[in-house]
Design a protein. Structure first.
Length: 112
C-alpha cells in the first residue's frame, strides 16, 4: 500500500497532527509570499536608489549642488527674483499706460 502525504507510518494522522500539518503549510505559504515581497521591495529600493543618484548628479550639473537645503535656498532666490521681475514688468506696463493717457489727454486738449 502506498503512503499518502497525510498518513504516518502508523496510519492516519490524528486531528492534532493534521492541525499542525495545516498550520505548517499555511506558514510555508506566508513565508513564500513574504520572501517574494522582500525580493520586490529590494528591487524597488535598488531602482529608487539609482533614480536618486541620477537626480543628485543632475542637480549637481545644473545647480552646483545636490544638497536639499541648498536647492531649497536656490529655489527661494529664484522665486524672489521672478516676483521682482513681474513687479517691475507690471510697473513698466503701468508707466506705458500712463504715458499713453497723457498723450491722449494732450491730443484731446490740442483738438479743442
Amino acid at each position: 500500500m502506498k503512503k499518502t502525504k497525510n498518513e504516518s507510518p502508523a496510519g492516519n494522522l490524528s486531528p492534532r497532527d493534521t492541525a499542525v500539518q495545516e498550520t505548517l503549510e499555511t506558514l510555508k505559504k506566508e513565508y513564500k509570499d513574504l520572501d517574494t515581497l522582500k525580493i520586490r521591495t529590494d528591487q524597488d529600493i535598488a531602482n529608487l536608489q539609482k533614480q536618486l543618484e541620477e537626480l543628485e548628479s543632475r542637480a549637481e550639473a545644473e545647480y552646483g549642488t545636490s544638497d536639499l537645503a541648498e536647492l531649497e535656498k536656490i529655489l527661494e532666490e529664484r522665486r524672489q527674483k521672478n516676483e521682482r521681475r513681474v513687479q517691475e514688468y507690471e510697473q513698466h506696463i503701468q508707466e506705458v499706460k500712463d504715458s499713453l493717457a497723457q498723450i491722449d489727454a494732450a491730443s484731446e486738449a490740442g483738438e479743442s
